[in-house]
Write a protein that binds this ligand. Sequence first.
Ligand code: A3P
Length: 315
Amino acid sequence: DYLGDEDLTQETRDLISSLPREKGWLVSQMYQFQGRWHTQALLQGLMECQKRFEAKDSDIILVTNPKSGTTWLKALVFALINRHKFPVSSGDHPLLVTNPHLLVPFLEGVYYESPDFDFSKLSFPRLMNTHIPLLSLPETVKSSSCKIVYCCRNPKDMFVSLWHFGKKLAPEETADYPIEKAVEAFCQGKFIGGPFWDHVLEYWYASLENPNKVLFVTYEELKKQTGDTIKRIAEFLGCGSIGEEEVSGIVKLCSFESLSSLEVNREGKLPNGMETKAFFRKGDVGGWGDTLSESLAEKIDRTIEEKFQGSGLIF
Ligand code: A3P
């Protein structure tokens, strides 16, 4: 589940011994590498990925902060780019029997779990996802013409989603941790994968500077206008023409209701032991009110204002 330290190489142990560390919510230690806080396992995956991953021009890389719509985006883009091979209306579509995380490899997760995984065996165009910050991406991702689709989510909803996910994943470790402290750490940026704000802003500015390389979408717009956002992604990826029927087929196949009710997503497990149902909770926009008090919400709002002011990003 990427929280432990059982499978660390000596190289990682040596490196992390020199890095700034913090005790984090959910993880006993987080390490600061290239300005960001990582768990030990994902840091090892990230370093392997930096060393080994060779991007191809046709690659598609989906980037998110955790709990920002990764599972959904994986399903949508998988269905989109494979719509000729796997017609969305067919009764035997891979998404009906396979969890999206098993159809789209998670770069730093795979490099942690199976460093020798052969990415050249994936069919083209290769579709992968990552949480790696822009500045830490492998060099060839930046130098090649591969495409990045970034999905961001309202910070309060994302925080609340992660809060519940963490409780499911590690009930004992998280039981006594006060939410006030977690919100404080989130706002300060000393949070798994954080600072959240920098992660979002870097990809946001990259999408403005280089719109052919990075497409920025939000969970909220995916919710409100799923079909139009799929068309925007299709155009960005150069997917060719796509019919209205195909678009609505993808929307339906990948909807929260449809994916979360499939047996593979209700009862399944990923190879690392995570239950697939943990990736489907409510799927709402603005549902944070059932978990965050008014004052905690205000605290996050103030940070949103402070960090995103002048960027053009509005939540
Ligand atoms: P909630 O916890 O708010 O319900 P990630 O995939 O990045 O881990 O994000 C998980 C969040 O996306 C969860 O949010 C989950 O319910 C939601 N989600 C998963 N599949 C979805 C889908 N098909 N449509 C909309 N939201 C989805």
